[in-house]
Write a protein that binds this ligand. Structure first.
Ligand code: HEM
Length: 451
């Protein structure tokens, strides 16, 4: 067998094993074949081509006509009624219409544009609320507080989804399984129930991570969860007193309604619900995963540690350079460490000829270090076009939170620098990947990685 052809019993398991993916990336970057194909040995016999060089990853993520994102379709169909999660899909007239509405609405809020001032102030205020809560305690879960509560508060202000409420035993169960204690559900900063957040986390994790291993109970729960989140958003739309003047995306989406007079009312409402669902679920989950992954890198084997990393941030003229610091950290520990596509027709990629429909895995994390000098060092002056962790700059699926997220994370890390003597008390669980972990910290002890 050629070095570019390998086999695996289970592609889904391979995709969940970050160390194995890092190894494939290293094999490619260290002089191996430019693309490596894995064939499944079990009945399904799927195959997937992996690429890791920066230029190949860019081409897979940019050339929409050759590489489509339609691998998401089966689960999209399962989790929500048709049309609910269309933003990430390339096909169909809905996507163009929905993105046009989203572009118009974003331009009417201060959260998504090039000027970071207002979103930084807003994110700082949310971080301060959480800091005030943790400062009253000696011990707390750093990832839960910063990766979970801060995004929840921000989603309220940015999207207009504050104070959603759903409560039933199944939702409560999902909350508790998703690492939130009963006490956390009733915190004054966040309102009485966080169940919609827990559902969003579950649904999007199923959508994006649980590739080819979707047992019926997970599918059923994801579909049920998507319906809960949808019902909450529809309730918010129906009960909002007016949509003007509060800077939320929800208001802005109605403020630009007149510009899309050709779109029928029920279709427009469907766009609004869908946009809020997708941005809401992502905002509630991914910045927290980013935070968790970065802290995990610091505390992991050979990592610089919490204190040294925050010291490096402070030494960089912290306020101003904090977003550049975050970009570097996301390059080294991206929450979406790989992205999947399908070949739309026979095509050559890195020395392989792909068949129509064959899976392609772009190893975004490996591509992040495939840039020439000092690629493993954190530097504040790297060229932004080298970054792929939000998708390529001009790519068709560039992240809609690519400006907001660095601002949020910058304020989270600056918030940590204001905490005195923060000491980890245990290992960070489940860092890396989309689902954030848990890390218990307390004040007043020397910093170390704990038992
Ligand atoms: C650290 C935080 C984040 C990271 C690293 C991240 C990363 C990414 C990446 C890599 C993609 C491209 C997916 C692909 O090409 O298959 C993407 C897409 C997307 N992101 Fe993010 N994201 C983050 C936060 C957010 C936030 C906060 C929002 C919402 C406000 C958001 C909304 C979206 C949406 C809607 C898409 C789909 C865009 C499209 O297909 O046109 N993301 N994100």
């Amino acid at each position: 067998m050629s070095p570019a052809e390998r086999s695996t019993p289970d592609l889904g398991a391979l995709l969940r094993n970050q160390a194995a993916l890092d190894q494939i990336g290293a094999d490619i970057l260290n002089g191996g074949p430019r693309a490596i194909r894995y064939r499944e040995t079990r009945a399904a016999r799927m195959s997937m081509a992996f690429v890791a060089h920066h230029d190949e990853v860019v081409s897979v993520l940019t050339e929409e006509s050759h590489f489509s994102v339609c691998h998401y379709d089966p689960l999209y169909a399962a989790v929500a009624r048709p049309g609910a999660f269309l933003i990430m899909r390339p096909e169909g007239p809905e996507r163009a219409e929905r993105l046009a509405i989203l572009d118009a609405a974003e331009a009417k809020t201060p959260w998504f544009g090039p000027d970071p001032a207002q979103r930084r102030a807003m994110a700082r205020a949310c971080v301060d609320d959480v800091l005030a809560a943790v400062s009253r305690r000696r011990r707390f879960d750093l990832i839960g507080e910063f990766g979970f509560f801060v995004p929840y508060l921000i989603a309220g202000r940015v999207l207009g989804l504050a104070g959603l409420r759903s409560f039933d035993l199944l939702s409560l169960g999902v909350c508790l399984v998703n690492r939130h204690s009963l006490l956390q559900l009733f915190r004054p900063e966040t309102g009485p129930y966080l169940t919609d957040l827990a559902w969003s986390e579950f649904v999007i994790a199923q959508l994006l991570i649980n590739f080819e291993n979707r047992l019926p109970p997970f599918r059923w729960a994801a579909a049920w969860g998507a319906k809960r989140v949808r019902a909450q958003i529809e309730h918010r739309i129906d009960t909002s007193p007016g949509f003007e003047g509060d800077h939320t995306l929800l208001s802005a989406l109605w403020a630009v309604r007149g510009r899309f007079s050709e779109v029928e009312d029920d279709v427009y409402r469907e766009h609004v619900v869908s946009i809020l669902m997708e941005l809401g679920a992502t905002l509630l989950l991914v910045p927290g995963s980013g935070f968790s992954g970065i802290v995990g890198r610091w505390l992991g084997p050979g990592g610089p540690g919490l204190e040294a990393s925050l010291g490096q941030l402070q030494a960089m003229d912290a306020e101003e350079k904090a977003e550049a610091f975050v970009q570097e950290e996301l390059r080294l520990a991206p929450p979406s460490a790989h992205l999947l596509r399908n070949a739309t027709g026979p095509i050559d990629l890195g020395g392989l000829t792909l068949k129509t429909g064959e899976y392609v895995c772009a190893l975004v994390k490996s591509a992040g270090v495939d840039i020439k000098n000092d690629s493993r060092e954190v530097k504040a002056d790297r060229c932004p076009s080298t970054y792929l962790h939000f998708g390529p700059e001009n790519g068709p699926h560039l992240c809609r939170g690519h400006r907001l997220s660095p601002s949020i994370l910058a304020e989270m890390f600056l918030g940590l620098t204001r905490l005195p003597d923060l000491a980890p008390r245990g290992r960070l669980t489940a860092c890396g990947g989309l689902v954030p972990g848990r890390l218990i910290v307390d004040f007043g002890e020397p910093v170390g990685t704990g038992p």
